[in-house]
Design a protein around this ligand. Structure first.
Ligand SMILES: Nc1ncnc2c1ncn2[C@@H]1O[C@H](COP(=O)(O)OP(=O)(O)O)[C@@H](O)[C@H]1O
Ligand SMILES: [Mg+2]
Length: 241
């Protein structure tokens, strides 16, 4: 069974979560009208803020709109996509980067039409070096031409440089902020780090936003989230997903 925070194929068990992700999908579609956002990366300031959950659910939701989607787990230190989607992680991204295995031979399906998943693969001793290789860049170029959308579940920004390195190779970055956990300073620092290397931050997702009304799920998305002055105001002025 997949993780309970993951949408279940075509039988969405969490209708309000599904609605929130559909809104996120629409917001992304409209966030850049002149430049196509094909390769998107999901990151956050630190660990356990909901990057993998957001990346997996977003990939599922985009695939459900009849787009061919590839989800890649690039968090080589703390990979989670295979656990969230109940996949084995015997072979994955690290095999592509180290052994030149064709990604097509080791992509997984998860019972969602149009969605394929490349898990992280075995843990390498040198994650940052691998993420920064020319092979990673060429993999992204290849998959961008073969799928409508590529979602990359990335490492966190503050502890390691991998996310900043990756952010330069993608079309857009989504920053996850965990309500009640990520401090304003951390979120701002992560945003600054990404902007310093020229990343295109297309928006932020406020994860675990408290459910006020029964049946509503806890995701928020707002392009201006990080412009707000404090964490408390994050929860006030934001648009409900
Ligand atoms: N909105 C949410 N509601 C409930 N549980 C969540 C939510 N977002 C994440 N989680 C859970 O919190 C844990 C950390 O989330 P994860 O997506 O793995 O974070 P990250 O990738 O940032 O380290 C996982 O067990 C996940 O299932
Ligand atoms: Mg993760």
């Amino acid at each position: 069974m997949a993780d309970s925070t993951i949408l279940k194929g075509n039988q969405l068990s969490k209708a309000s979560a599904a609605e929130a992700y559909k809104t996120l999908r629409t917001n992304i579609q409209f966030s850049s009208l002149d430049k196509q956002l094909k390769v998107l990366m999901v990151t956050s300031a630190s660990q356990s803020e909901g990057k993998s959950t957001t990346a997996a659910n977003l990939a599922i939701t985009i695939a459900q709109s009849d787009k061919r989607v590839l989800l890649i787990d690039s968090d080589l230190r703390r990979p989670h996509i295979h656990k969230a989607l109940s996949l084995l992680n015997v072979k994955g991204l690290t095999n592509v980067l180290v052994q030149s295995i064709d990604y097509k031979d080791i992509c997984n399906t998860v019972g969602v039409k149009n969605l394929e998943v490349l898990t992280s693969g075995p843990k390498p001793p040198n994650p940052s070096e691998l993420i920064g290789t020319a092979r990673m860049e060429s993999l992204i170029t290849t998959v961008a031409s073969e799928y409508d959308t590529v979602i990359i579940d990335a490492p966190p920004v503050l502890p390691v440089t991998d996310a900043a390195v990756l952010s330069r190779l993608v079309d857009g970055v989504i920053l996850v902020v965990e309500y009640g956990s990520t401090s304003y300073e951390m979120a701002q620092e992560a945003k600054d780090d990404l902007e310093r290397v020229g990343a295109n931050i297309i928006g932020a997702v406020l994860n675990r936003y408290p459910i006020e009304k029964k049946g509503r799920y806890n995701y928020e998305y707002d392009q201006d989230l990080l412009k707000k002055q404090s964490m408390r105001s994050f929860s006030k002025g934001v648009r409900r997903a």
